[in-house]
Design a protein around this ligand. Structure first.
Ligand SMILES: C[S@@+](CC[C@H](N)C(=O)[O-])C[C@H]1O[C@@H](n2cnc3c(N)ncnc32)[C@H](O)[C@@H]1O
Length: 313
């Protein structure tokens, strides 16, 4: 069986379990990409002489050894690495690997059970090939993996500010950085390291709204309870005019999608004609968007929508 996409893993898990998945080498391809590993560890070790690191789903300790080797290569000697898994025999095998080193603790613990760990006490959490498919199944497929309900909430609770939760899936790291300025249940900023990787499942996972460029997707959002707020201050008239823009081929990109995809922002000034501008260089050209008069609203949450700047031909 060849595992290439998150859906392959999910399909496999519909009929089987992780321990059988572990038998497939290509499902276990390890984790961080060389370009991103320094960046990630810089976040982990920033402002601390003795980082506390958790690894959720350590299995028999193969990926724990990766973290260990990296720390040593970088000369980081003072740390505590807590690796944990729910599989007793794998935990025993990992314990035997690291029994000589008292900086590494291997525990039988589920990734959704961090209740004994204080708020803002951890410098980094890694989960290689473990939590993403579970979260995906829970959020997207609505399967009831109850032990994962609060995984993201719990990880954001125990992480210190600016510290990463690194979820990798087949060499693709999705890095979520604790950022309390984000006023959401789960205050994470998403950082991508390779723009060719598909972030799609993950954005859906975190309930990110994608750019809106067709009526079907707009209907989907309206069904989920979003409303359109616009310049007319009347939701049904604003919806009509918003739909008219979509019919003309316009695309509205949500602000948190833009920041998740690595766009930068420029605050309004006379130079930007009073607009907040968002931009990213793609294939050597700037892709620019400006803050439109429309936003999406659901409960307390308001998501500003950005329009693509027309490039004159
Ligand atoms: C695909 S393996 C990954 C092992 C290792 N991190 C690697 O990449 O080689 C997934 C591991 O997650 C463990 N696991 C499953 N659910 C878990 C949970 N709720 N908390 C912690 N570990 C879990 C399984 O027992 C298994 O060892």
């Amino acid at each position: 069986m060849n595992f290439r996409r998150i859906e392959d893993i999910v399909n496999f898990l519909e009929k089987s379990d992780w321990n059988s998945l572990c038998q497939h080498d290509n499902a276990l391809e390890v984790a961080l990409t060389p370009e991103s590993i320094d960046d990630i560890f810089e976040m982990v070790t920033k402002n601390t002489d003795s980082p506390l690191i958790y690894e959720s789903g350590c299995g028999s300790g193969v990926t724990t050894s990766q973290i260990y080797r990296y720390l040593h290569k970088k000369g980081i000697k003072n740390y505590k690495l807590v690796a944990h898994d729910i599989n007793k025999s794998l935990v025993e095998s990992a314990i035997s690997k690291f029994s000589q080193d008292n900086r590494i603790i291997v525990e039988l613990r589920s990734g959704s059970d961090y209740s004994d760990i204080p708020d803002r006490s951890v410098d980094g959490i890694f989960s290689f090939n473990t939590m993403i498919p579970f979260l995906y199944m829970y959020y997207i497929k609505k399967k009831n993996y109850s032990q994962h309900d609060d995984y993201l909430k719990e990880t954001s609770r125990i992480l210190k500010e600016g510290k990463p939760l690194v979820l990798t899936y087949l060499r693709v790291p999705f890095v979520l950085i604790k950022d309390s300025k984000i006023k959401k249940d789960i205050p994470f900023q998403v950082k991508l390291y390779n723009e060719h990787n598909s972030i799609e499942p993950f954005l859906r996972l975190l309930e990110f709204v994608k750019p809106i460029n067709n009526l079907d997707y707009l209907e989907e959002l309206l069904d989920k309870g979003y409303t359109i707020k616009g310049p007319r201050k009347d939701s049904s008239r604003d919806l009509i005019s918003f739909k008219a823009f979509l019919k003309k081929g316009k695309e509205f990109a949500p602000e948190d999608w833009l920041s998740g995809m690595g766009y930068k922002f420029v605050e309004p000034s006379t130079f930007t004609k009073g607009h907040r501008i968002s931009y990213k260089i793609i294939n050597e050209f700037p892709d620019e968007r400006f803050n439109s008069n429309y936003s999406l609203v659901k409960g307390e949450r308001e998501i500003h929508l950005y329009l693509k700047v027309e490039v004159s031909k």
